[in-house]
Design a protein around this ligand. Structure first.
Ligand SMILES: Cc1cc2nc3c(=O)[nH]c(=O)nc-3n(C[C@H](O)[C@H](O)[C@H](O)COP(=O)(O)O)c2cc1C
Length: 218
């Protein structure tokens, strides 16, 4: 396989030299506060979807799977996202309720990753978030058998029309197969780009009610 044509070359020493040195970015002792500070910056700098994160799960054979989802809530108890419970990720999480998440904000050259147990969100939290979605997205949640084979786009459009007719002008309730999960982190790592790939990493590990901090080699 030829790498030359498709993969950007490694930066030259000159290019590394002009990489912005971001100074001390590990400005908080608590990982949630630090995440919120970085996330605020990412929201200002990213062209879109600063809340997009890769979600890694494993299937029943132990084979990993990964896809993007959107962070929809974060607090001291964890990070929440929403999806179809019958999708691949839904089935994988219900079978093995552990996962990892990774944000990569290219515009600020930073990444944050989380690992931990996952649990379904409370029904009232899922209802509250579902109610904030655009009506067409609510109808889409009824129409899409997410991750299952689809004959063609027309099959989806038919399901959308059926769901739209079913609810008419009334409120669209949350489908029973659509909800959220919350990952409660036991490990959180902050990564920031530094010149010459001598990046900085700060890891937090849950110990009792607190966090143990370690710097890691890049
Ligand atoms: C930026 C981005 C954000 C996404 N957010 C979500 C999300 O919040 N929930 C979701 O179910 N799918 C989301 N998707 C689609 C998923 O990546 C994926 O295609 C879908 O959920 C099916 O995944 P699965 O077959 O592994 O379950 C997003 C995709 C992208 C690229």
């Amino acid at each position: 396989m030829s790498r030359k044509s498709v993969i950007p070359p490694s930066p030259s020493a000159e290019a590394y030299g002009i990489d912005e040195d971001q100074g001390d970015v590990f400005t908080k002792d608590d990982p949630l506060s630090l995440f919120l500070e970085w996330f605020d910056l990412a929201k200002k700098k990213e062209p879109n979807d600063a809340n997009a994160m890769a979600l890694a799960t494993v299937d029943e054979t132990g084979l990993p799977n990964v896809r993007m989802v959107l962070l929809k809530d974060i607090d001291a108890t964890g990070l929440a996202f929403f999806t179809n419970l019958e999708s691949a990720k839904g089935r994988e999480l219900l079978g093995n309720p552990k996962a990892a998440l990774c944000f990569h904000w290219k515009s600020i050259r930073r990444a944050v990753r989380f690992r931990g147990a996952v649990a379904p969100v409370a029904a009232q939290d899922a209802d509250a978030y579902f109610a904030t979605r655009a009506r067409d997205a609510q109808i889409g949640a009824w129409a899409s058998a997410q991750s299952r084979p689809m004959e063609g786009r027309f099959a989806l459009e038919k399901e959308i029309a059926k769901a739209a007719a079913r609810f008419g002008l009334g409120k669209v309730p949350r489908p029973p197969h659509w909800s959220g999960f919350r990952l409660s982190p036991i490990e959180i790592e902050f990564w920031v780009n530094r010149p010459f790939r001598l990046h900085d990493r700060l890891q937090f590990r849950r110990v009792g009610d607190g966090w143990a901090r370690s710097r890691l080699y890049p």
